[in-house]
Design a protein around this ligand. Structure first.
Ligand SMILES: [Zn+2]
Ligand SMILES: [Zn+2]
Length: 450
C-alpha cells in the first residue's frame, strides 16, 4: 500500500523551514527529494515556493510573504522590494548556487587534465560548518524525505564535469574520484590503479620475487647492504617494474604473485601467474605487446614475462587466494649410491599424503604445526652415481626440500627415510604452476567452478 502524504504536510514543513531563515531553491527542494523523481532540487524548491507565494497572495498572508521574500523574487515583488537581491542561503551559504557548482566543476576539470581515464565519480568532504547547518535544518525543519547535501553536490558537479569532458560517471570502480574538499576549497584526485596480469619465468637462481628490505637497517641503508637498503639487489618485482612505470606513467608499482618460489629455485615452464599493479597511472591505454617486449629486453637472461592482460582489481584477491598444484624438478644428492630400480619403487611409494611439520629452516618465523599435503606424482628423470634428478607434482604448500631430506623426521614419509640414506636437494626448479591453463580467462573459469 502506498503511504499517503497529504499536501498540507509538505507545505507546512516547507513553511516551518522558511521561518528559520533564507534558503535557496536547492536546499529547500532537497528536503523533499525522496518524494519525486525526474526533477532537480532547484525545480522542487521553486515549485514549493511558487505554491506558497500564491497561497500567501490568496489568503493575504503578509507573514508568509515576509518569510518568502529574502529568497524568492516573486514574493519581494508583491511587497514592493524588487531591487533586493536574494539573501545568502542559511544552509549551504551559497555552495549550491549555479556559479559555485560551475566553479567546482571547473576546478575538477583543471585537475584532471594530465590523466587518462574514461570513468569518474565525485565525492564531497564536508566542512564542519556545512555539516552542522544540515543537521540543524533536519532537526528544526523536520522533513523526513531529505536527501543528503553531499549527494546533491556530487551529482550536480558530476553532471557538469561529464557535460564538459564527455567522461562517464561510474558508481562502481571509477578510474578517478574527484573529492571536493569544502573546508579547503580544493579538489583532490584519487586515481585507481591499473592491474596487469601475466606469467613470469625466473631463469636464474638467487633472486627473490619481491623487493626485500635489508634485515639490519630495514631499508635505510647500512654497510651490510652497501647503502642500498636491500638484501638482494634485484628481484622479479624490480626487474618488471621500470618498464611498467614508463608505460603507465605511474608513480609506483606493487607486485602480487600467486605464491612464490624459494630465492634459490628457478621458475620455469609456462611461468607463475602474477599481477603488477601500477599505482596512480597517468596512462591507462597501454600497448601490452610492446610492454612485454620491453620488460623482457630489460631483464633478459633473468626474468621473462608472457600473456600480459589487463584485469580488474578483484582478480588480485582471487590470485592471492588461489591454490595451484605445482610441479618441481629437483637435483638430489644421495648419501650413497642406490640401484635405479629401488629409487623408482620408493618414488612410487611417495605418491599419496605426506605429513609435514613446519620445516626447521622456517620455524623461526612460522608457527610449528602439522600439515597434510599430497604428492600426485614422483618420477625419476636420471640417475648418475649419487646424483639423481627427479620430478614431483604436488599440492600448493608442499615443502619439497623436506620431502626429500625428511627434515630430521619432521616430514613423513620422505625420500631419505624410505631409502634409508641421506638425501639433500642441491637445485630446485618450479617447472609448472597450475594445470594446462594459461591466462586469466581460463584461470577465472577454473576459480568459478569451486
Ligand atoms: Zn542553499
Ligand atoms: Zn642495510
Amino acid at each position: 500500500m502506498i503511504q499517503e502524504i497529504p499536501n498540507a504536510d509538505i507545505l507546512s514543513t516547507a513553511r516551518r523551514i522558511l521561518a528559520l531563515g533564507p534558503i535557496c531553491d536547492s536546499c529547500l527542494g532537497r528536503q523533499f527529494a525522496m518524494l519525486s523523481t525526474g526533477l532537480t532540487n532547484v525545480e522542487r524548491g521553486r515549485s514549493i515556493k511558487t505554491v506558497l507565494t500564491i497561497q500567501a497572495s490568496a489568503a493575504d498572508d503578509k507573514a508568509l510573504q515576509e518569510e518568502l521574500a529574502p529568497s524568492f523574487l516573486s514574493a519581494r515583488l508583491k511587497l514592493g522590494r524588487k531591487d533586493e537581491e536574494d539573501a545568502q542561503c542559511m544552509v549551504c551559504l551559497g555552495e549550491m548556487s549555479p556559479q559555485n557548482l560551475q566553479r567546482w566543476a571547473d576546478k575538477a576539470i583543471e585537475a584532471q587534465e594530465e590523466w587518462e581515464y574514461s570513468t569518474f565519480l565525485v565525492g564531497t568532504r564536508m566542512s564542519g560548518l556545512l555539516a552542522e547547518n544540515e543537521e540543524l535544518l533536519l532537526a528544526d525543519g523536520g522533513s523526513t524525505h531529505a536527501e543528503p547535501f553531499k549527494s546533491e553536490l556530487n551529482r550536480e558537479v558530476g553532471k557538469r564535469i561529464a557535460g564538459k569532458t564527455g567522461k562517464q560517471v561510474a558508481l562502481k570502480n571509477p578510474e578517478i574520484v574527484f573529492h571536493l574538499n569544502l573546508s579547503e576549497g580544493e579538489v583532490d584526485l584519487q586515481i585507481a590503479s591499473i592491474y596487469i596480469y601475466g606469467r613470469y619465468r625466473k631463469l636464474i637462481r638467487g633472486i627473490p620475487q619481491t623487493r626485500w628490505p635489508c634485515r639490519i637497517c630495514k631499508g635505510a641503508g647500512c654497510p651490510r647492504c652497501l647503502g642500498t637498503g636491500r638484501m638482494y639487489q634485484e628481484s622479479v618485482d624490480e626487474l618488471i617494474r621500470p618498464a611498467v612505470l614508463v608505460a603507465a606513467l605511474a608513480s609506483d608499482t606493487t607486485f602480487h604473485g600467486a605464491g612464490r618460489e624459494d630465492i634459490d629455485a628457478r621458475m620455469l615452464g609456462s611461468g607463475r601467474p602474477f599481477i603488477v599493479e601500477a599505482v596512480r597511472p597517468r596512462r591507462r591505454s597501454i600497448d601490452l605487446v610492446q610492454l612485454q617486449e620491453e620488460i623482457n629486453r630489460q631483464s633478459a637472461g633473468k626474468v621473462e614475462v608472457s600473456k600480459l592482460e589487463m584485469v580488474g582489481c578483484d582478480v588480485v584477491e582471487k590470485l592471492k587466494k588461489a591454490t595451484f598444484e605445482k610441479t618441481y624438478q629437483a637435483l638430489v644428492r644421495l648419501g650413497s649410491e642406490v640401484p635405479e630400480e629401488k629409487l623408482k619403487s620408493v618414488l612410487t611409494e611417495l605418491v599419496g599424503s605426506i605429513d609435514q611439520r613446519t620445516p626447521t629452516r622456517v620455524s623461526h618465523r612460522r608457527a610449528d604445526k602439522l600439515r597434510v599435503r599430497n604428492v600426485y606424482s614422483a618420477d625419476l628423470n636420471e640417475a648418475s652415481g649419487r646424483s639423481v634428478r627427479i620430478t614431483i607434482r604436488g599440492d600448493s604448500g608442499l615443502y619439497i626440500k623436506e620431502l626429500i631430506s625428511g627434515d630430521g623426521g619432521r616430514t613423513l614419509p620422505s625420500l631419505a627415510n624410505s631409502l634409508g640414506v641421506d638425501a639433500v636437494v642441491e637445485e630446485l626448479d618450479v617447472i609448472n604452476v597450475g594445470g594446462e591453463s594459461d591466462g586469466t580467462s581460463s584461470w577465472n573459469a577454473k576459480e568459478d567452478k569451486r
